[in-house]
Design a protein around this ligand. Structure first.
Ligand code: IMP
Length: 426
């Protein structure tokens, strides 16, 4: 049975957690393939809210095995704390499997994330300050420590010694920070953390392939989203990994032919956290309305998200970049009670009309959105359970999105609860 990929089509926070949770109900494995605890998924089950950072959403179903793939960067202390939190709320995390090839986020990665941002000054990226970029940089530079190193104290210490010599020189001589104590780091990671992480470590590539060969359903869960992709997003205002569907192959250890379904998550409007271009950004009353009704504050950092109207130019690009086979629309209920709803159908810059995102960042910074203004709907959608329960204007909005994308819509979210969705599937 080929795998399903779930990917965000905007700048993250599309509400992937809820939809991945919904899809996870039929899955045997749910695999995270990139990112780290910069992600934050909120899932509401029976009125209880679960905020997940590293553990894949499938953990809430007893029949799924949550897997953290090789493409993820892991702060093991954060992972342990999250498992503890889930355990204290009655969720069993003992099935979780962590790739031995995933890279570790180390204390110096946090320091370097902070320092790089500080030195960038006004040009800072607005990172989550979780050490994500520096950890991926070390992976590419081939000086990263991996999860498997936790099980070999000699290797762990050797690698740490080498890497810390350079990091401490950088921290103390360039950034004027105190050098980090290698012995204290080794003691913490090997003494406190490793014994608790060791039982989770496994060969996740083998696990995924065994499941696929046995005809079981596997879901690959992306964190962040298409326009935060380091190759295809609004660089440099991106994260340091590949959330696009292609990243699922690398980050979980499968080939493209193992994927048959790619679900793109589309929030009914858009938000972005941190810096970077945002053609459909809105301010004023509409912005406050979307932020308040949509609770648009970071799950992790508490930062207010920047809101904007839905952008079909970005969506068309996301369809291409991910070969999306279906769309799930989230938070349609948030748009209720607006007199009109705007949708960006194209960009315009210097007399040129763009139907796809221009590759050149200077152009993207200059574009103005071309809007279509649609009638809004006054009804509250929270109780809708079928397409017929949706007001005609809300249905037209969904149809417009599907038509512009050229991809069918399967589900539409109408509230935070696990059961609050409408199925459009035939
Ligand atoms: P980093 O991933 O912490 O390096 O942050 C890089 C950029 O990605 C910043 O603009 C962050 O706000 C953004 N970002 C990272 N993770 C998420 C996420 O899960 N949702 C939304 N934005 C994110």
């Amino acid at each position: 049975m080929p795998a399903t990929v779930v990917v965000g089509t905007q700048w993250g926070d599309e509400g992937k957690g809820k939809l991945t949770d919904l899809l996870a109900k039929d899955m045997r494995l749910v695999v995270r393939y990139q990112g780290g605890h910069n992600a934050g998924h909120t899932i509401v089950v029976d009125g209880q809210s679960f905020a997940l950072q590293l553990v894949p959403s499938g953990v809430l179903y007893p029949h799924t095995v949550p897997v953290i793939g090789n493409g993820v960067v892991v702060d093991p202390a954060v992972l342990l704390a999250e498992c503890e939190m889930l355990g204290s709320r009655g969720i069993d995390t003992s099935r979780l499997v962590l790739s031995g090839n995933a890279h570790l986020i180390m204390p110096y990665h946090y320091e370097l994330d902070l320092m790089t941002e500080r030195y960038l000054g006004q040009n800072k990226l607005g990172t989550t300050k979780r050490g994500i970029g520096p950890a991926y940089a070390d992976k590419a530079a081939r000086i990263g420590l991996r999860v498997q190193d936790l099980t070999d104290p000699k290797i762990f210490r050797q690698k740490l010694d080498v890497v810390l010599r350079e990091k401490n020189a950088l921290l103390s001589r360039v950034y004027n920070r105190l050098p980090l104590d290698g012995e204290a780091i080794a003691e913490r990671y090997l003494g406190e953390i490793a014994p608790r992480i060791a039982p989770m470590i496994g060969d996740t590539v083998a696990l995924v392939h065994e499941a696929l060969e046995a005809g079981e359903q596997v879901m690959l869960e992306g964190a962040q989203a298409t326009f935060l992709d380091v190759d295809h997003g609004t660089y440099p205002f991106v994260t340091s990994s590949n959330p696009v569907a292609g990243g699922a192959c690398v980050g979980a250890g499968i080939g493209p032919r193992d994927i048959s379904r790619v679900v793109g998550i589309v929030k009914a409007y858009i938000t972005r956290v941190g810096s970077g271009p945002f053609p459909t950004e809105v301010e004023g009353e509409t912005a406050d309305y979307l932020v308040d009704r949509g609770h648009e504050y970071g799950t992790n950092t508490g930062r207010r998200r920047r809101p904007g109207w839905l952008d079909l130019v970005m969506l068309r690009q996301a369809v291409r970049l991910n070969s999306l086979s279906e769309l799930d629309i989230t938070k349609l209920d948030v748009l209720s009670r607006l007199e009109t709803v705007k949708v960006c159908v194209a960009y315009e810059a210097d007399g040129t009309v763009y139907e796809h995102v221009p590759y050149h960042q200077s152009v993207l910074h200059r574009v103005s959105p071309v809007y279509e203004e649609l009638p809004g709907w006054q009804e509250d959608l929270a109780g809708a359970t079928s397409v017929d329960d949706l007001p005609a204007a809300a249905r037209s909005y969904v149809e417009l999105i599907a038509k512009a994308a050229g991809v069918p819509v399967s589900f539409v979210g109408v509230g935070p609860g696990r059961e609050q969705y409408v199925s459009f599937a035939a």
